[in-house]
Write a protein that binds this ligand. Sequence first.
Ligand code: PLP
Length: 393
Amino acid sequence: MTRPPRTLVRRTEWPQSASRPVVTPLQPSVVYAAESPDALDDQYEGRVAGYAYAREGHPNADVLARMIDGMEGAQDGIVTGSGMAAVTAVMLGCLKAGDHVLGGDQLYGRSLRMMAEELPRFGIATSLVDPTDVAAVAAALRPETRMILIELVSNPTLRVADMAGIAALARERGILLAVDNTFTTPRAFRPFQHGADIVIHSVTKLLAGHSDATLGYAVARDPDLQKAIRDTSVTLGLTPSPFDCWLAERGLYSFELRYDRAEENARALADALARMAGVKQVLYPGRADHPDHARAAALLGARTGNMLSFELNGGREAANAFTRACPQIAFAPTLGDIGTTLSHPPSSSHRALSPEARAALGIGEGFFRVSVGVESADLLIEELGAAVAATRA
Ligand SMILES: *Cc1c(COP(=O)(O)O)cnc(C)c1O
């Protein structure tokens, strides 16, 4: 007969240390053991702080959420398992069957798809409008419009929404205004200071900054609404991984340095591209020739970001020659990485649109979007300049 084990499975003691680690501990535990049912009551009823089950919350998510709260001037935001999880938590937490939501017509591709495919299945009506045109926004509102969702700077043509006009309209009509602040980041723009009710982020992009963590963030100004968003996130299981939160926290410490350097590079690269033969057009909100330059200056000041777009002469053939001639710059459909990345909307984010619909947005086959990174500006200009030259060979 074997004897029963004398020690139980789980080690419960953590080695004592009078000094503390400087790095936030990574805590992957799914469950937390309480001392007694009464102690658990105290926790659930808010008399003491504590965690119970990771889907409902865990320390690494809370550390990250408090950091982003601070940057946005917000309180009690949640971190979610992706940017789309944050959009989902906001939509399903705030809307119900019979409501209408109005979105910007150049929202992130999957947000557009959520509006077109997912929300209508739950009885939520949706439509899209050009957010640079406040008269069009006013005309698109319905009596049952409950929310407007915009991104201040659109993808990929970097048009700037009429934030002041839309915020005034939303306030007047009692409609929630949600802003996906992924492109602009709180370094350039804090939506709560401009009349937004809800702020959303894909933390995956500039905030985490290293393309190694998939995360989102959502916060509402109204505590009741924020509770609804949090409950929806917990119920639908939109919870982030502790390891991703830990990585993003690490990335966030260098966010302002990365942002400032990337923005400086973007400004220099935009000007350099505009001078190159073979480049038909450059779109950068910080340049005087951008169609929304005045609005960008008013809303963002000099913080016009790390994103720029340009169009090559020569269509698809030039586009192929261009990416082949700069293999060191990742041709990859993301943004906000420390390294510069290139995307070609006609073959990726906007491939579902007809060529006519793309043309109406100003996206031809030679169109590229650049997420500028933190490399040396001289090197970047040299590398991309050589690739532009290759399109003319
Ligand atoms: C990437 C992105 C999202 C979605 O974020 P994921 O983390 O990829 O789910 C939402 N909005 C914008 C503006 C984005 O760029």
